[in-house]
Design a protein around this ligand. Sequence first.
Ligand code: MG
Length: 163
Amino acid sequence: MTEVYRTGIGYDIHRLVENRPLIIGGIRIEHDKGLLGHSDAYVVLHAVTDALLGAAGLGDIGDLFPDTDPAYKDIDSRILLTKVMEKLAAANYTPTNLDIIIHAEVPKMSPHKKIIAASIAELTGLPTTHVSVKAKTNEGVGPVGQAQAIACTAVVMIQTTTT
Ligand code: MG
C-alpha cells in the first residue's frame, strides 16, 4: 500500500466595487465595497477550489464551471467547492492541509482570519488546525495596494491511498 501526496496551487483576484457585499472565505466582512465578478466573486474559495483541482489533476474552475454558462451566474462558491470536494473523493483524494494568503490592503483581514479558516475547514472537511489563513497588504503598490482589488493565493496538499 502506497500513500501518494500531490500539491496544488490556486490564485484568484477580483475587483473591489461599490454596492457589493464583501465575502471572504464564505464569511461576510463589513466594508464599504465588495468584490465584482461572475458568480459571487468569493476570491478565497475560488483560489482554494483551483488549488484542489490542480492537485488532483482535474482541470480548473473555468473548465468545470465556465462563466459562459448561465447555470453558474451568481452561484454560491461554496456549492462549487463542495462539488469539487466530491470529485476529489471520487478520485480517492483527501486534502491534508491548506495554506492561504489573502492579499488585501483594506479592510484589515487579521481580525477575521480565524473565522475564515473555520469556514474553509468546514467546507473541506479539514480540522481547523490544518487550514492556515494569512493576510498581507501589498504595501500600497499595484491594484491590490491601491485597494482596487483583493487577491488570494492558496496551496493545498492532498493524499490518496492506493493498493
Ligand atoms: Mg474568481
